[in-house]
Ligand binder design. Structure first.
Ligand code: AGP
Length: 618
């Protein structure tokens, strides 16, 4: 799961590549490097372990000559430690005229390496990627045809890869191959781009082509050609990128995460736009293909996702079951795929992913499709593999999410899940249409409410700072508050590197209460007290139980809930809403809490250690 960028055109290649890498750095930041073919015809490479700034310093100290063609890479290490030597690009051939970058894993690299070593090839790194560089260079030496050499070698590679290659003796072309890893082409005027996703080039062009499985791209400045690995021509499918380039910059915020938290009212509003009418009725044109008969035939929904996206599924489960009475099962994609799950043609798979490139989620959906199920994706990234491979897509319109910790993508996923629940509810007729429309009207109010929450976060912010030395924080919730509690704990783990766990509040007495001791911070998501069947009294009892054992209780509660103040040391209020939609509101203070706590510890909130944003390996 690395970021790759390629460029051919008249502009400063160095600037284009470094700009693209800056936008892709979320995909990996163990090391970075670029290669260019200079206007004088020489292949020049700079690479450095650590974040992109280290590479920029290296280039400042050792400038590259002007160039109009090049490739760049930002790495999340798999094979070989994150060192200068293992950083990409890797050079191939005895005279090192070929430069290659790779995202993914070459599973058969050991046998290919043995073959090269036996032929006398010397390796400069411990990576699997360098094997491909030497193989392509050797093949080119034999035939003098770079495209043919490239095509012959990529067919021999097993695993997941996007590979980009330039060669000093073919100075006007970048070659790319895609197999189980992302690749998108950007089409410019007299210039063309390659990237792991459109963020790599969206500031230069919004015209893009997504590249299919087992396809090769031959990229010149004035021409882009696509072929299959077998050499068959492919007619490219062009699309227009809807992301605004400025959305992928910090715009004065201290971090991308802080900016993305602030973007959330817009993310919710944009995800609702055009889908929810003012009378509360839902129209999901993307899944118009699903007729009323199709909806009636669904006997089970299986939602697959990983990490934060899986908590969006947990929230959606409550809403879909409530509004449509269709049973929903939520599965971590990596567990689902490998346990011989039961899937029938009447099972609808809903795969949720911000990036649309999470390999675990892709493998789960591919498996489900093989079993005959229909797959509906909820995805944030146009042209992503998940979107391409699904029967239908509901795009979340959160815009580019750069910080590794997901925030605005999550609230957009929750919003899309609610829309889907209302849509299925209308199709099934299990709940009166007027009731669903009134819920739809309530959902329309959520962007304004999210905005209101953002204006009330000073005290949770202060609390984050105050608790920066905490060794552990627990989170409790019920109903949709339960996945919110899980998400609060995940945010704290990934950003602040401290122990954090989320529990269903009802589970407390079955074990976790033993963790409570004097001073243990516990954040409790308190449900609205207004519903007739509210779980409010039960959660208040849970708070009393942990208070009696010394916990410091921090409550996230609905405004007007004065009772909670009698039991909690600190309360952050969110606006009133139907309890089922409250997850969109209650999760926000938890995001801010984690951000502040991690910042107070001096940690990099945008790029936490050991993580990458899109996990494109299993
Ligand atoms: C969230 O903060 C995480 N970084 C991570 O759990 C993420 O949500 C997960 O890897 C799924 O990513 P996706 O939505 O791109 O599939």
């Amino acid at each position: 799961m690395c970021g790759i960028v390629g460029y051919v055109g008249p502009k400063s290649t160095q600037e284009i590549l470094l700009g693209g890498l800056r936008r892709l750095e979320y995909r990996g930041y163990d090391s970075a490097g670029i290669s260019v073919i200079t206007n004088g015809g020489a292949l020049e490479t700079r690479k450095k372990a650590g974040k992109l700034d280290n590479l920029i310093a290296e280039i400042t100290n050792h400038p590259l000559a002007p160039a109009n063609i090049g490739i760049g890479h930002t790495r999340w290490a798999t094979h070989g430690a994150p060192t200068d030597g293992n950083a990409h690009p890797h050079l191939g051939g005895p005279t090192s005229k070929l430069s290659l970058i790779h995202n993914g894993i070459i599973e058969n690299f050991a046998e290919l390496k043995a073959e090269l070593v036996a032929a006398g090839t010397k390796f400069a790194s411990e990576t699997d990627s360098e094997v491909a560089a030497h193989l392509i260079a050797a093949e080119f030496e034999k035939t003098g045809d770079l495209v043919a050499a490239f095509g012959a070698v990529v067919k021999r590679l097993h695993g997941a890869f996007t590979i980009l290659v330039i060669h000093q003796d073919a100075p006007d072309v970048v070659l790319a191959a895609r197999c189980n890893a992302p690749l998108v082409v950007g089409l410019g005027d007299g210039e063309n781009f390659l990237g792991s996703d459109v963020a790599a080039f969206v500031e230069h062009t919004k015209r893009a082509i997504s590249v299919g499985q087992n396809q090769i791209v031959i990229l010149h400045s004035n021409n882009v050609e696509l072929r299959t690995f077998d050499g068959e021509p492919v007619v490219p499918e062009e699309f227009t990128v809807s992301w605004d380039a400025s959305a992928a910059s910090k715009g004065g915020w201290s971090s991308f995460m802080a900016k993305e938290i602030a973007d959330q009212p817009q993310a919710v509003a944009d995800t609702l736009m055009g889908r929810l009418a003012s009378d509360g009725s839902v129209r999901l044109a993307e899944i118009d293909g699903l007729t009323e008969a199709d909806i009636k035939a669904i006997d089970r929904i299986v939602m697959v996702a990983c990490g934060t996206a899986s908590y969006a599924c947990d929230v959606a489960k409550y809403a879909i079951e409530k509004f449509s009475r269709i049973p929903v099962q939520v599965e971590l994609a990596h567990e689902f795929r490998y346990r011989d799950p039961i899937i029938t043609p009447n099972t609808l798979i809903v795969a949720v992913s911000q990036s649309g490139e999470t390999m675990d989620t892709l493998m789960a959906t591919r498996f489900a499709k093989e079993q005959g199920a229909k797959v509906l994706a909820i995805c944030n990234t146009q042209g992503a593999t998940l979107a391409r491979e699904s029967d239908a897509v509901i795009y979340t319109h959160a815009g580019p999410e750069v910080a590794v910790a997901s925030t605005k993508a999550l609230v957009a996923q929750m919003t899309a899940g609610y829309l889907l629940a209302l849509f299925l509810g209308a199709g099934r007729g299990a709940v009166p249409a007027a009731e669903l429309r009134s819920l739809g009207k309530e959902l329309l109010k959520m962007p304004a409410r999210v905005n209101k929450v953002l204006g009330r976060l000073d005290s949770i912010r202060a609390l984050g700072k105050e608790l920066s030395t905490a060794k552990s924080v627990l989170f409790l919730g019920r109903n949709v508050g339960f996945p919110v509690a899980m998400e609060g704990a995940l945010k704290l783990k990934e950003l602040a590197y401290i122990h954090a766990e989320g529990f269903a509040a009802g589970e407390l007495k079955h074990g976790p209460i033993a963790l409570i001791e004097e001073g243990q911070p516990v954040i409790v998501i308190v449900p609205s007290p207004r519903d007739a069947d509210s779980l409010h009294p039960k959660v208040i009892s849970n708070i009393q139980e942990i208070r009696a054992r010394g916990a410091r209780v921090i409550a996230i509660a609905e405004e007007g809930d004065a009772e909670v103040e009698n039991y909690a040391e600190h309360v952050t209020y969110v606006p009133k809403s139907a309890n089922i939609f409250s997850s969109i509101l209650t999760v926000i203070p938890l995001q801010l809490f984690a951000l502040e706590l991690a910042t107070a510890k001096g940690l990099d909130v945008d790029q936490p250690r050991n993580l990458a944003k899109s996990v494109t390996v299993e």
